[in-house]
Ligand binder design. Structure first.
Ligand code: 5AD
Ligand code: SF4
Length: 490
């Protein structure tokens, strides 16, 4: 295997592809990388061209972060990244299986590329959560012949080896590790942005919410060593990064598997001392694990943004029990009150599932009630999707689909109204914005985020991506604020 135990502890470290901080006699990772890099160099010398890759990302921020590692490895191997609209020799699909429609879209996209693959002699690598399911791998093997390499969430770091095996053997390579291993540190990374970065702190999930496939495809919780996390953030800060988002399926349990208590709060305090970092965000927080010491840390740490993503999934205590969420409507609302009392300017966002089997009119009314009582800045709302292998998938779906769609629409309408009302309060105010670059919908405008994570589109002169500016808000809608100006802060 191409990983090795590090003398310093129980972390596994890869030797860096080009020397550096790796362990002695480190094994094959760097060798596979080098083999492919040599082949790519030879190809360039011969043809004057460079082998290209592109990545299609589906799903959550974890997948975005994993894609940066995949891009880092491919770049180290001598491939050049191109945008999605350009042809590429290697097309990577980082997949998601949290809901059925994500899977269907992915099959559709892969199928649609068969012509392009044939024409250009290119091929697809499929990886990520969906590939951890054996029935998916079988379907890909049988019906999607343009997919030549498959790996799962637990063996991302084997990509160079798998690629080498495919290129030299010309046979499809399917390798999915069933079980998670230790955290692999020091993999190459090609970050999407310089001014903001994802930093994963804990992998996997132990919660087994009854509807959720994630623990089945991402394995048990494994926390990164706090020193590794802090070292990564320091390097980012030295490189000009201003905002970091700490990632985990449940960041509140960071350190539990290491026998540490309140390690997440301690991490927030430690980041306060890292010069250059202006904003700290994190996601996701499970309500059952959000401790008073974390609320205190959020209140005390100046860099921690006034935004908290706190999924409640359902407002009905009866449904919450069936979902195995381990809190009730009352304890959730009580937690929200404590957070608001400590941090009055907090912006809360959430995830909500509609149509969980057995959801009655009263249960759904409880969901609407929580939405009204809390006042979320934004909510990600989903129709329940049964996932093979989860306990909830065995429950009979007794709610007609028309009823579910009607409830979903009612919820979306209510949430949009609330988000609009909250947004209107920004009109006439000046807000701090970290600029992400030109707006996606209107390139004449810039766009960025407030500390509370609201999207702001604005017009300004001499303002660039990565600047922190003050913007005067002139108009507000549920999902955006519009402003002008842009007095630079830094
Ligand atoms: N059906 C619908 N939504 C789901 N989620 C997770 N599993 C399912 C499912 N089976 C939602 C939850 C979670 C978010 C990431 O996706 O709301 O918080
Ligand atoms: Fe899924 Fe629940 Fe874990 Fe979130 S906390 S990833 S919803 S099992």
């Amino acid at each position: 295997m191409d990983i090795k135990k590090n003398n310093a502890g129980d972390r596994f470290r890869l030797k860096k592809p080009s020397g550096g901080m790796g362990v002695d006699n480190a094994p094959e990772f760097s060798e596979w990388v080098e083999e492919i890099r040599n082949q790519n160099t030879a190809y360039t010398l011969e043809t004057g061209k460079t082998k290209k890759f592109k990545i299609e990302i589906f799903g959550c921020q974890m997948n975005e972060r994993d894609s940066e590692t995949i891009a880092g490895m491919l770049t180290d191997m001598g491939f050049e990244e191109v945008s999605k609209d350009k042809p590429a020799d290697v097309i990577v699909f980082v997949t998601c299986c949290v809901r059925e429609n994500a899977e269907e879209r992915i099959y559709g996209h892969i199928g649609a590329l068969s012509g392009e693959c044939e024409e250009n002699g290119s091929f697809i690598i499929a990886c990520g959560c969906m590939m951890q399911q054996s029935h998916v791998v079988e379907k890909i093997r049988k019906s999607y012949h343009n997919v030549k390499i498959v790996f799962g969430t637990h063996n991302i770091h084997t990509l160079p080896q798998l690629l080498y095996r495919y290129i030299t053997g010309k046979k499809r390579v399917f390798e999915v590790w069933e079980k998670e291993d230790k955290v692999v540190e020091e993999l190459p990374i090609k970050r999407t942005d310089k001014h903001k970065a994802w930093v994963s702190i804990i992998l996997g999930c132990n919660n087994f919410c009854s509807y959720c496939i994630v623990p089945h495809v991402r394995g048990r919780e494994r926390s990164r060593d706090i020193n590794d996390v802090l070292a990564e953030i320091k390097v980012l800060a030295e490189d000009g990064c201003k905002e970091i988002t700490l990632l985990g399926q449940n960041v509140n349990s960071y350190g539990n598997d290491l026998g540490e208590k309140d390690l997440f709060a301690r991490l927030l305090y430690a980041i306060e001392d890292i010069e250059g970092i202006e904003r700290v965000r994190f996601m996701t927080s499970h309500p059952k694990d959000l401790s008073d010491s974390l609320i205190e840390a959020m209140k005390t740490c100046k860099k921690v943004c006034n935004h908290l993503h706190l999924p409640f999934q359902s407002g009905s205590s009866r449904i919450l029990e069936k979902m195995n969420r381990r809190y009730t409507k009352e304890t959730y609302l009580e937690l929200v009150s404590r957070i608001k009392a400590a941090i009055p300017e907090i912006a809360l966002t959430t995830d909500i599932i509609v149509g969980f089997p057995g959801e009655t009119v009263e249960d759904f009314e409880d969901t609407l009630d929580v939405v009204k009582k809390v006042g979320f800045d934004a909510a990600y709302m989903f129709i329940y999707s049964p996932r093979k292998g989860t306990p909830a998938a065995k429950l009979e779906q007794d709610i007609p689909s028309g009823v579910i769609s009607a409830r979903f629409k009612k919820l979306v309408d209510l949430q949009t109204e609330i988000a609009t009302d909250l947004a209107k309060k920004f009109e006439g105010k000046s807000v701090e914005v970290l600029v992400d670059g030109p707006s996606k919908n209107n390139p004449e405008m810039l766009s960025g985020r407030t500390r509370s994570n609201r999207l702001v589109n604005f017009k300004a002169e001499n303002v660039n991506k990565g600047d922190t500016v003050y913007v005067d808000i002139i108009r507000a809608g549920a999902f955006w604020l519009e402003g002008r100006g842009g007095k630079k802060l830094g």
